[in-house]
Design a protein around this ligand. Sequence first.
Ligand code: MLT
Ligand code: MN
Ligand code: ZN
Length: 306
Amino acid sequence: MRITVLGSSAGGGFPQWNCNCRNCSGVRSGTLRARPRTQSSIFVRGDEGADGVLFNASPDILEQIRNHPALQPARAVRDTAVAGVVLMDGQIDHATGLFMLRERSTPLPIWCTDPVAEDLTEGNPVLRVLGHFCGVQRQRIALDGASFAVPGVPGLHFRAFPLSSKAAPYSPHREAPVPGDNIGMLITDSHSGRSAFYAPGLGEITPALFDVMSGADAVLVDGTFWTDDEMIRLGLSSKTARSIGHLPQSGPGGMIEWLDRLPARSRRLLIHINNTNPILDEDSNERALLAQHRIEVCEDRMTIEL
Ligand code: MLT
Ligand code: MN
Ligand code: ZN
């Protein structure tokens, strides 16, 4: 399979439009060695066929499609390589791009859990709004461990795992989480048996989830924040990383410690990186520490072949 990173940033992108933190101002002025990044999304296809699955539809989706000619194979006057969209949650950075796909001539196939479908019908009613355009062919992601395939994308199957993270602020369960608000996805190539685990929003790793991660050849996991109090220390928020559903990389019980325990063969990648995170600075000590731990930092346009 081939995974293409369309957007490696968390909500807001990098640089964020209204932000003058060290990273955002440094990348804007060219004084920091760092790459701009668009918002959180990957495209995955098997070894046969041009079409694939779009994981999340970011507000930057039109730019992302323009940046990747493979997503527009031009086999007809109207065409796309996106056979279906799979949503990991109902947050703005993962769902707003659905509005931009409204010109389709057939209903857009969207796989999501029941709580996400509810949030995207009520709190942020994009699924209802799309009903006035191309329409939506909604497919239910079950949380019973059953695997599913996406028609038109041969050679891949998918299994969802409920995660402890956070629903969007417009969700009735923002402060009372229910299973399915956020999921991680095990993506398996049916022919080679190789697999990747994708979880851009991951607040807590349980032993059962760690077993799933350990079985994957690559993990692409929550890289939002370096420290739990990153936003508080910068004076940008009063909330910790964990309280908004993101496990920080550093410190006891942090992501680095978990990734260190994976089998030696596992490729470890951080994705959904917030613009405040020091790992975006390619000359930072934090970035050097990740390299020592064999942890990669996703960037836009990166491809992962498995
Ligand atoms: C998150 O991952 O915590 C959210 O997507 C933040 C946001 O985009 O508002
Ligand atoms: Mn997000
Ligand atoms: Zn910033």
